[in-house]
Design a protein around this ligand. Structure first.
Ligand SMILES: [Zn+2]
Length: 215
């Protein structure tokens, strides 16, 4: 299975009439925040596959060309504090960034994030009973604490995400929020049994290749 992951930046080769040529074999799209609704709606319409997303700290909605205010992208699935089963994969999400300005809907303290994660616990344990695993992929906007994160308050990662990987062992934690300007920036890090991926712009996850250490 091929998974396209996106966040933070509208990528020209994706927001293009030739998207099908480059990404036509994608089975699933995961969006990790700070992207305009029109972009996600374009992707889901053109590729015709499920698109799961969480909001970032800059997702405050937009006005459409006919003057309507739009907050959520249509045809896409918000997985904040939820776990959904799509194409055999258990995928959960936690939106937002560390609280830094007090303005905007998607900023949280570490304590807020602990509570958000706790609200997912019953569903995670139910999955463990039913499927033998808690979840396969956790998508977030912010990174985990001290993995790909920054030192300023806005870009500091959440310790809660570390604890979630310790307890629930998702195969992937995919996040955005941290902009990548250099090809030398580390964007994939292994933490325990989880591969942490910064998907700034876009990344491709080859799900089947994971067992051989690829992808
Ligand atoms: Zn952000």
């Amino acid at each position: 299975m091929k998974i396209l992951t996106v966040s933070d930046r509208v990528v020209e080769s994706i927001y293009s009439v030739s998207i099908k040529q480059q990404f036509g074999d994608v089975d699933l799209v995961l969006a990790c925040g700070d992207l305009p609704p029109y972009y996600l709606e374009f992707i889901v319409t053109m590729l015709g596959v499920p698109l799961l997303y969480v909001f970032g700290n800059h997702d405050q909605g937009v006005f459409t060309f006919n003057g309507k205010f739009k907050h959520a992208p249509e045809g896409c699935i918000n997985v904040d504090e939820r776990i959904v089963k799509v194409k055999g994969l258990l995928i959960g999400g936690l939106e937002g960034s560390m609280l830094y300005s007090g303005q905007g809907d998607h900023q949280y303290t570490e304590w807020d994030m602990i509570w958000k994660a706790l609200r997912m616990a019953p569903a995670l344990w139910w999955n463990r009973l039913r499927y033998g695993r808690f979840l396969d992929i956790l998508i977030t906007h912010a990174p985990p604490y001290r993995i790909h994160d920054g030192v300023d308050r806005c870009h500091t990662g959440f310790k809660t995400f570390l604890r979630m990987m310790d307890i629930y062992h998702p195969r992937y934690l995919i996040h955005g929020h941290v902009h990548v300007y250099s090809p030398h920036t580390i964007i994939r890090t292994t933490y325990g049994r989880t591969q942490v991926v910064n998907t700034y712009g876009y990344q491709i996850i080859n799900w089947r290749d994971v067992k051989s250490g690829d992808g």
